[in-house]
Ligand binder design. Sequence first.
Ligand code: ZN
Length: 993
Amino acid sequence: MHDDRNLVEARLKRVLDERIRPAVYPESVPLDVAVWHAPGEPVPVEEGLAATPEPIAPGAAWGAPWGTSWFTVTGTVPAEWAGRTVEALFDLGFDENMPGFQSEGLVYRPDGSPVKGLNPRNHWVRVGSPAEGGERVRLHIEAASNPVILGHPPFQPTHLGDKETAGTAPLYRLGRMDLAVFDETVWQLVMDLEVLGELMLELPAGGTRRWELLRALERALDAVDLQDVNGTAAAARAELTGVLSSPAVPSAHRISAVGHAHIDSAWLWPLRETVRKVARTASNMTALLEDEPDFVFAMSQAQQWAWIKEYRPEVWARVTKAVATGRFVPAGGMWVESDTNMPGSEAMARQFVHGKRFFIDEFGIDNEEVWLPDTFGFAAGLPQIIKAAGSKRLLTQKISWSQTNTFPHHTFLWEGIDGTRIFTHFPPVDTYNCSMSGREMAHAERNFKDKGTARHSLAPTGWGDGGGGTTREMVAKAARLRDLEGSPAVTWEPPADFFAKAEAEYPNPPVWVGELYLELHRATLTSQAKTKQGNRRSESLLREAELWAATAAVRTGASYPYEQLDRIWKTVLLHQFHDILPGSSIAWVHREARRTYEAVASELNGVIDAAQRALAGDGDRTVVFNGAPHTRHGVPGGGARVVSGLRGTEARVRDAGGFVLENDLLRVEIDDRGLVVSAYDLSAGRETVAPGQAANLLQLHPDFPNKWDAWDVDEFYRNTLTDLVEAEEVDLDGDSVRVRRSFGSSSVTQLLTLAGGRLDILTEVDWHETEKFLKLAFPLDVRADRYASESQFGHAFRATHTNTSWEAAKFEACNHRFVHVEEPGWGVALVNDSTYGHDVTRTVGDSGTTTTLRVSLLRAPRFPDPETDQGVHRFRHALVPGATIGDAVREGYFINLPERHVSGAASAEVEPLITVDDDAVVVTAVKLADDGSGDVIVRFHESRGGRAGVTLAPGFPVAEVVATDLLERPTGEGALSLSLRPFELVTLRLKRA
Ligand SMILES: [Zn+2]
């Protein structure tokens, strides 16, 4: 037989595009449209409905950037349409390729009840099948003229990302606003042809099934009269029933489809727009659930649910009703889909506490799955946190974005720093926006690495990023793929049902130990420095606020600010969302974040001040409060003492130029370039700085990645660098050395000070560069094959060398408060108060191998915020020569939690609520229980990666000790004397006597 495959395939495409799809709506009449443009920010629904609109015609321009326009559409169903299915079609000026990234709308009835959301892939509203015609139609559309930020070509700097700079020129032209007849038979034919046509293209050209599909499709096309598609669609469908009813082969891959809309809580839109995005998507999905009995939808991020509850009660009523059916499912159990590299220990824990608690309180649902499809890598501390929250499974697809290495598994056990293992699945469909296309289905099966042993994978299905969710077309395709020869078999089900099957079929999955490093988006550890500082400082302040408020409550009976702390925690957790803390949102988001963090700091300082004043009593003596976990200057961690007279530093001129700073622990030489040429550990008798090199060296790189400007730093940035060694001033300032430099359009002032065994470096940068990367380098006379970076509840190691492509790819990585390198018996820590990115490299020279730690200070990408990081920034770092891991942990806390000095009584002496007798055990939280019982909650962990036998001494009478999970739910009997495994995390509830 002659091979006419290409001919039939091309015919199918043209006939579908040009004749059959247009015939879905064979008749239409225009609606009357009027519009009212809200003057500023979005208005309440009642106000939008009550406004007086002006007439507007299709083709007219509308929509200033970030504006809200209320359209009123009215019309009459023609009498001759009686008995036919009628839909309203609304085209706000859509580009069909960008659902969620441009204008969107929510349709309301005149009584203010929501109907469904509008986006470029979902712009119909069912009017009904009126028996007689003549029915009046009146609907309202709350339309958001959100600008396209990520356009074509992508990643171009734009001022549209902030309402303050976006201008007012209209962005959209109103398209078709019609009533139309919906021909369901033609629509079903489109679905048949798409499913079979897409499947056909994925099948082997030499296979029988491919040719059977080709011939069936050809017969269907022959049956269509192109002059009367509507009259012949049923006949065409009849030609396809045979191939559509041929069942999947027994070994077919099984896909659990989960309806989903990955909605970024802020990204190329501000937080306030996400509130509306969520309402639109939830309206759409509750409507789809009513129409489609097999469909299951899962929505993550408790914050988004809370927004619906607070701002859109009518949508909330529909959502709660749908949840009760078991088909609108809370996914995961976190407050937001946060970054997991940068959030500190407690904050990572609280993501689960607040996320899970919301779903438990509202619906009685306690999920065991963690749902993070889009997060930029996963810290090795996370498995233990997941387990301590009462969960046990993780889903993400993001590691498929890695540029260098292909991850070897799709279903596996992920083992964290303490040995906890979490059953983990990476959907092989490689997207969280699956649309049920034949290509996606075939890719999922081909790509699945665990074939032969496992057969199930999950496909998050629906338009995401900016929302939209699943469409009726995706549901129709899934129905045809339920049991279809040549395709994976598709079933709608909740994530938990998928995981149960996946675990059951795969009792001994492979194990991956350590972090799930994303080999991409490494610059998210640095971009938008003030957002990152706001996060770190808020975390530190929350620790102090809980600690001192709990101490004041127990010691003085002061009231504990439960509601205030709950609200502030949720604010800080929201800002850990995976496009806010990583610095990848538009300017508007980061401008608001800076203001929010200032407000958070001011409120928390108020809580801390009030508690400390209550504890210090009246008087004029200086009472020193130590909010860190370890004793400092004689003040126990979590306690306060009246202290006077601290050790000083000798500062003198250096013979070879510059200055020497010396105390009884350290002698630091700063040359006339303001560089640290020596940092001598006096107790160990050992030099810290690599021979012939200088530390505290600022280095400037060009930084123009190939894509994703705020997200990515590409490895080639290192090929070019400028050492900033020219100093305008190197001088003594009291006990400190002050260094001033200028470069490009920027300047920097540093203050170098000895603080006990630390060299503190305060760096103030007035930053006015574009597309540059500023690093602060510390070449150290240490030979180390690996180094440690603090992570949640412990630290993780990475190689200093690049033997393998996996090691080489980690050329920029995340730290919390410290990075540490050591040789047996002697090490160095570099601690910081607010930076996360760093790199560590090794150099082999005449005097042996040395190790260079570099801190990432600032970048200046121009997309999506064209002014990223412009202005003044302050960073605090400290070099700690001779540091063990334990010293690194301690000094990391100290630099983030400075002592607080409060005037108080001479007798003021605050005993800590909890004292531990082993410094390896670090208390990360002391607070009152969230249930308002007045019980004291203490969370602690082994911090050095070793064993610890520890006894906790409560500073108050305790009636009972209960072990709990992160949500403060009892898990067993607690004890005050314990032996801890490496990095083991424990939460105790201490009931007060
Ligand atoms: Zn995302």
